[in-house]
Design a protein around this ligand. Structure first.
Ligand SMILES: C[S@@+](CC[C@H](N)C(=O)[O-])C[C@H]1O[C@@H](n2cnc3c(N)ncnc32)[C@H](O)[C@@H]1O
Length: 278
């Protein structure tokens, strides 16, 4: 089966097929070459501990760094294979492995296809009296080839001439356009928090998906956790496929997506009835 074929305009009851449980290496083997527009991956960071909340947990430990990189290598190769020629890969990692991934992706995708080293800076954790605080993650942006898709984020225009309008952010003064992304981490009280460890903020994923995948394009997240990338894709009218080997993650991601589908359908019904009554 080619799982990507059934994903067009996913409805509530199709969501099960768009979030698959299993090792992404096995699942990736069933995906056609060059069929994915954007792969965002946020794998375990090799922190050496179990990542846990009261609701869910996953293992994030390998015997040593080599074992971790050996785990990641074949998965990265499979990800590069499924990427379309205009496709983009975004690899989310941190100070522990970023330099290894940079090196590995240079050899897998070609150093000329490196596009950005994005910094996601957040407020929580990372402080120590023995060093400067570690307050950011790294997101490596590689393109499959020279002709990749990119749509700069939209920001409110500042000039008098365009006051009140949105414009493409391409300047350093347009904050979302710079390579340091200032989106707060999800705190314990945040409404979007679903209780999955290391859940990423929806605002971060919406910005990345909106900029790096065309409308109706296919977004793949092979380590999807609670499904943040998939929710972002769904809200932005992109198709999506998520994979996670953790049963709790898959259950949570499907639930989030069903809730998103229900509220999206409700909103569009409301818009239609406002249009027809006006
Ligand atoms: C950092 S978390 C992803 C969090 C996610 N971005 C979110 O916002 O919820 C990493 C995920 O990788 C999953 N994982 C680990 N090894 C995997 C494998 N071989 N195949 C698929 N998923 C895997 C874990 O279960 C975990 O959910």
């Amino acid at each position: 089966m080619n799982p990507t074929r059934e994903l067009k305009a996913p409805h509530e009851d199709q969501i099960e097929a768009c979030v698959q449980q299993g090792d992404c290496l096995d699942r990736l083997a069933r995906i056609k070459d060059h069929s994915v527009d954007l792969v965002y991956l946020d794998p375990p960071f090799n922190t050496g501990r179990t990542q846990a909340t009261t609701e869910a947990s996953y293992e994030d430990q390998w015997p040593d760094l080599n074992a971790y990189l050996e785990f990641m290598n074949p998965r990265l190769e499979a990800i590069v294979r499924v990427l379309d020629d205009r496709g983009i890969l975004l690899l989310h990692c941190d100070w522990r492995t970023c330099h290894h991934f940079r090196h590995r992706l240079d050899s897998l995708m070609g150093p000329e296809n490196f596009v950005n080293h994005l910094i996601w800076m957040y407020g929580l954790g990372g402080s120590s009296p023995r060093r400067f605080a570690r307050k950011h993650d790294d997101i490596l942006f590689y393109a499959k080839g020279r002709d990749y898709f990119f749509e700069p984020p939209m920001v409110p225009a500042t000039s008098n001439r365009m006051k009140g309008q949105m414009k493409k952010a391409t300047d350093v003064i347009d904050i979302p356009a710079i390579d340091v992304i200032d989106v707060p981490a999800i705190n314990n009280m945040a409404q979007e928090r679903v209780g999955y460890p290391t859940q990423k903020p929806l605002a971060l994923l919406e910005m990345l998906v909106g900029a790096c995948c065309p409308v109706e394009g296919l977004v793949l997240d092979p380590f999807c956790g609670s499904g943040t990338t998939l929710v972002a894709a769904h809200r932005l009218n992109r198709r999506f496929l998520g994979i996670d080997r953790n049963e709790q993650a898959v259950r949570l991601a499907r639930r989030r997506l069903k809730e998103t589908a229900v509220s999206t359908n409700r909103d569009s019904r409301k818009r239609r009835s406002v249009r027809s009554s006006s």
